[in-house]
Structures are given as structure tokens and as C-alpha cells.
Design a protein around this ligand. Structure first.
Ligand code: DC
Length: 217
């Protein structure tokens, strides 16, 4: 069974998806981590961000291995390194690159082939797994999403202002929605869950109920 969880940044997708996968005994696939790893490789190799073919070549040369909670790039554990603000700021180059997307989408399909999986991303229900048995669209209000991101960054000791986080988020939302390939859209057969005011555990409870209902037929 494939469960897709799409939605904007800050809706709580990654922690909810991870928790849901654990409860169900499914494989967890964080597709955003793949775009982040490509971006990290681009930064390290000082790629010219305007050169789309160069980033595509870098992607082709990467071995990305995602375990339940760790991300390995050519054997190196980059789980922490892909979460910096610098990487977040450059990810749109990887996400907007058609060849990079095609490569990562193929990788995602290969990983999910023949197993039970919960995937987390933007294009999972629309492009990657349009035949998925259960599609969820996770949202939250702009203010709540920005507040979560702000607290996460402050918790890591990063000096940021709330207004700056909110402005960047609005910019990222626009980029995610306007992306020519793999843009963020809610499909007709997806179930929308708004996470405003809910704890991660409460979100996971709701998602688990939705999936089990589908699963039991
Ligand atoms: O979910 P995230 O913040 O880790 O995603 C990182 C970036 O990758 C973000 O700019 C959106 C993009 N992305 C994408 O285009 N398609 C996906 N399936 C997942 C993430």
C-alpha cells in the first residue's frame, strides 16, 4: 500500500509521516530530503546554479540512501547537514530542475516498489504515485506554519525574526505552487487534514484512522 502525504512547508508533514509510518510498520520516505541532499552536493561542489545540466550531472553521480531516520549521500551521513537555512534557501534550484526531478522521482518509485510506504513531499499524489491507495493533503494556516518553523530555528540556536520566517515561507509557498513540473496541488481524491492546534500525536492519530479505514477496505 502507498500512502502519500503532500502539503506546504511547515504543515508538520515530516514528523507526522515518520510517526505514522512507525505506527503502521510502513517504510517512511522523506522525498524533501532527496532535494535537500542534491542541494547540499551543489553547494559543496560550487555548482553554477544557473547551469541546470551541471546540477543534473551532480545528481546522477550521487548515491542517496534513506533509512528510517537517516540520510546518506555517497556513504556520508548528511541527516543534519541538509537541514540548514543555507540548504533550505537553495533547494528551489533542485526542485525546479526537470532532470533532477525525473531522476529523484524514479528513485522514489524504485524504493516504493512492492512495499508498504508512507511518502512525504509536494508531488507524491499528483505525479509520483497517482495510483496511491491513500492520499492525504496536510495543511495549516500561514501563521501557525511560520510559528512552528520559527520555534524550530530558535530551538537550534539560529537568530531569526518571526517576520523574516513568514516572508520566506510565503515566497516558498509561491514557488512550490507555481513550479512547472511537480508543483504543489491538491488532487480531487485526497483527504485534507488541517493541523492547526493539533499536537503531532493528535495529527498521527487522525492520519492513522484515515489509513486504517482505507486499508480495511
Ligand atoms: O519538505 P522539505 O522542506 O524538506 O522540501 C525541501 C524542498 O524540496 C522544498 O523546496 C520543496 C522541494 N520538494 C519538492 O519539490 N518535491 C518533493 N517531493 C519534496 C520536496
Amino acid at each position: 500500500m502507498i500512502v502519500t502525504i503532500d502539503g506546504p512547508a511547515g504543515a508538520g508533514k515530516t514528523s507526522a509521516t515518520r510517526g505514522l509510518a512507525e505506527r503502521l510498520g510502513f517504510r517512511f520516505l522523506d522525498t524533501g530530503a532527496m532535494y535537500r541532499a542534491v542541494t547540499l552536493a551543489g553547494i559543496r561542489q560550487r555548482v553554477d546554479w544557473q547551469d541546470e545540466a551541471a546540477l543534473a550531472r551532480i545528481t546522477a553521480g550521487l548515491e542517496l540512501v534513506l533509512t528510517g531516520d537517516r540520510v546518506f549521500m555517497n556513504g556520508e551521513d548528511v541527516t543534519q547537514a541538509i537541514r540548514t537555512q543555507e540548504v533550505t534557501g537553495f533547494t528551489h534550484y533542485a526542485a525546479d530542475n526537470r532532470s533532477v526531478r525525473l531522476q529523484l522521482v524514479q528513485h522514489q518509485r524504485d524504493i516504493a516498489a512492492g512495499i508498504n510506504v508512507v511518502t512525504d513531499g509536494r508531488d507524491q499524489a499528483t505525479d509520483v504515485f497517482p495510483g496511491a491507495e491513500c492520499k492525504i493533503f496536510l495543511t495549516a494556516s500561514d501563521q501557525v506554519r511560520a510559528r512552528r518553523r520559527y520555534e524550530e530555528l530558535r530551538g537550534r540556536g539560529e537568530e531569526v525574526a518571526f517576520e523574516e520566517v513568514l516572508t520566506k515561507q510565503i515566497d516558498r509557498d509561491r514557488r512550490d505552487q507555481d513550479r512547472q513540473f511537480g508543483g504543489l496541488h491538491k488532487v480531487a481524491d485526497s483527504i485534507e487534514v488541517n493541523t492547526d492546534g493539533l499536537s503531532t500525536e493528535e495529527v498521527i492519530d487522525r492520519l492513522e484512522k484515515i489509513v486504517r479505514k482505507r486499508w480495511d477496505g
